[in-house]
Design a binder for this molecule. Structure first.
Ligand code: DLL
Length: 436
């Protein structure tokens, strides 16, 4: 079983927990000293860093939520001065403001090692040619995987997402052996190959590194069948790091969490109670080493469960099960997180009127597509065709510009959207992957 960082990845559980405690105490101390948000929260809970004497004491610390990050936009929760930050990424925010993440030089070094670990565990070596078809924008996906592949010594082709014909030509001509992208994009690529008469069995592809959105075992089987590769899952979240939080090993029986850098807990999202291993709940992560933007007890919104038994690969790092559901109403389409509240803010007319709406996500020909139904009422300038057309046109443009995703907006008659018990279900997700 390939292991990149044997000292760290083959630690015994007792060693892991000891290291986690030392690092937790240090990060709590640093957050208290350098981030007023945490200092205030600790004061309100009548806590000092000295109260953290064991790992179980973490449950005394308050949670951090996406709303907290939004309130401190853009740099309010950084633990170092901006001059020590060497990279800034961000993810889309729940109500309009993105979440901004800063990395110090040391954070970038750790990030590349953590991505190298999950890629190496998935089978990538220095002999591989890794094509990265994640978006090289402000999102964390492409840069994280890129750094990891370089750290391993593989040859990186940063194609970014889109332009599928070119991607296929590069796979063929440059002899790509590993493909990193969202699972949905991999399926789209496979379809395109079939359409263009390219036989995937004749390419050099052998490994797929997929993440950034939920996908199922049946999608894995489909991708493997169509592309003749071994498809491996990896999990990450921008606020906490980006990719590199957890990934599958050859055994493929859960995703090993890089526990020397993250402390993972599972809670009941309603009661906030801590849940034992093996029970599904919301994943809460504490960063143990991050300097620029440390997070304490961050509620990821992702539903999973933990397994701390030793894996057949030799690692004792806890494994999380694949993430299928979210505790909130976020949907992820082609790796892009969509929050209904964000869509709502974009649908509003210039006069501030919010029409009735419904977001429908479907998988058509192996491509995830989003349609937005909007009921046209009298107040939505039904009487003025010109303004209505303008609204429609601007809406699709704004959605694309703000979310980075093409969404088809369809104006429908009043009451055309079905009501269940009098109310409209805001999101209808018809993809088979997403039944929780
Ligand atoms: O998606 C980071 C990433 C990029 C991870 C590339 C892996 C590969 P965000 O845009 O902040 O960051 O989205 C994070 O995506 O909370 C999950 O809901 C979902 N997610 C990420 N990876 C997986 C996965 C990146 N393997 C959100 N399975 C997370 C299921 C995933 N869901």
């Amino acid at each position: 079983m390939p292991i990149f960082d044997k000292d760290a990845e083959l630690m015994k559980r007792g060693e892991i927990r000891q290291l986690q405690l030392e690092r937790l105490q240090a990060i709590v101390f640093r957050c208290h000293k350098s981030v007023s948000f945490y200092r205030k929260k600790f004061e309100n809970a009548a806590l000092t860093p000295d109260d953290i004497q064991s790992l179980d004491d973490i449950s005394r610390l308050p949670f951090t939520t996406k709303a907290d990050l939004r309130d401190s936009y853009p740099y309010g929760m950084f633990a170092v001065p901006l001059r020590e930050i060497v990279r800034i990424h961000s993810s889309s925010g729940a109500t309009g403001l993105p979440t901004v993440v800063g990395y110090t030089r040391n954070d970038l070094k750790n990030w590349s090692v953590l991505c190298a670990r999950i890629m190496f565990a998935a089978g990538v070596t220095a002999d591989d040619v890794v094509q990265i078809a994640f978006d090289y924008g402000i999102f964390t996906g492409a840069f994280g995987i890129h750094q990891g592949a370089e750290r391993i010594g593989a040859s990186v082709i940063p194609t970014s997402v889109g332009n599928t014909d070119r991607q296929i030509k590069i796979i063929q001509d440059y002899k790509t052996t590993a493909l990193a992208c969202t699972p949905a994009y991999a399926l789209g690529l496979a379809e395109k190959m079939a359409e263009s008469g390219v036989d995937p069995n004749t390419t050099s592809l052998k490994i797929g590194l997929f993440g950034g959105e939920p996908w199922s075992e049946s999608t894995r089987a489909k991708i493997e069948d169509k592309l003749f590769i071994r498809a491996m899952d990896n999990y990450g979240i921008s606020e906490v790091l980006g990719p590199g939080v957890a990934g599958e090993c050859e055994a493929r029986s859960g995703l090993h969490i890089n526990e020397d850098h993250f402390y993972a807990e599972i809670i009941n999202p309603d009661t906030l109670e801590k849940l034992p291993d093996g029970v599904e709940g919301e994943l809460v992560l504490t960063t143990l080493t991050k300097e620029g933007f440390p997070l304490i007890r961050y509620r990821t919104g992702d539903i999973t469960k933990l397994n701390t038994e030793k894996c057949s690969c030799g690692r004792e790092l806890a494994r999380m099960s694949r993430v299928f559901c979210r505790a909130d109403d976020t949907i992820i389409v082609r790796g892009i997180n969509i929050y209904p509240a964000r869509v709502e803010s974009l649908i509003k007319t210039p006069e501030g009127i919010l029409p009735e709406y419904q977001i429908i996500v479907e998988n058509v020909d192996s491509q995830d597509q989003v349609q937005l139904l909007i009921e046209v009422t009298e107040e939505l300038f039904l009487d003025e065709m010109r303004r209505l057309r303008e609204y429609h046109l601007n809406l699709e443009k704004t959605l694309k510009a703000s979310l980075g995703l093409a969404i088809k907006a369809k104006l429908v008659e009043p009451k055309a959207i079905p009501r269940e018990g009098g109310s409209i279900k805001r999101i209808v997700d018809r993809r088979s992957n997403n039944s929780c």
